[in-house]
Design a protein around this ligand. Sequence first.
Ligand code: 6PG
Length: 233
Amino acid sequence: MLSRGTVRVFPSVLELSKEAAREIKSLYDEAIASRGRFTLALSGGETPRTLYEILGGEYRDAIDWSRVHLYWGDERYVPADDTASNYRMARESLIDRIPIPPENVHPIPTSFANPEDAAKSYRDELARVIPLDLILLGLGDDGHTASLFPGPEFNCDDERLVIVTHSPKPPVIRISMTIRAINQARNVFFLVAGTEKSVVLRKVLETKDDPRYPASLIQPEALVWFVDRAASP
Ligand code: 6PG
């Protein structure tokens, strides 16, 4: 069953992030009870930072991190210690603060000479573990999500799970899960905040399957939009 999802509006990013953390914990409980582990793909960008800090803070001891596996929906093709790295942001705000075994952290590789080899390597790793329990996503003001940008390169029917894409803003080279990979998740949460997102959010919620807005093609089994009042349509 594909859905356009549920939109939940909060007074601030902090309130949005606290509720998202509560919902993640309940999905974790459900996954552990039924499958013995919780597979979570993190989003990049800045909006999720507060959520990651909460998970690494008040939820540090409420979650058995040895049963959690972390993946990424996309990555900028830069070294892991680059300030633009999505992995670095998650490491600083979450991973360095929790007792998660290194083998449970599955960053998108960015050390291959050829980014296509990185995409292939992650495609193979993801194929072994999908469907993920939860994928976190952000929304760009051009309607992109993960690193799926509108434009001639975007192929909403791409059969592959992970591909190389090119961002209009640097870092240009990206590695991203595809629409197909994301829609296989049991749950997807969008985290959207800021007045600059209100116009595009309305467009995405009003359209369906519009390649001008890649986020409009995200139609998994269960979809929740966590939105702050500033971004609320
Ligand atoms: C990235 C993200 C990207 C991000 C949106 C929103 O690598 O930048 O995957 O899709 O989620 O651009 O970013 P903000 O949360 O910073 O607004």
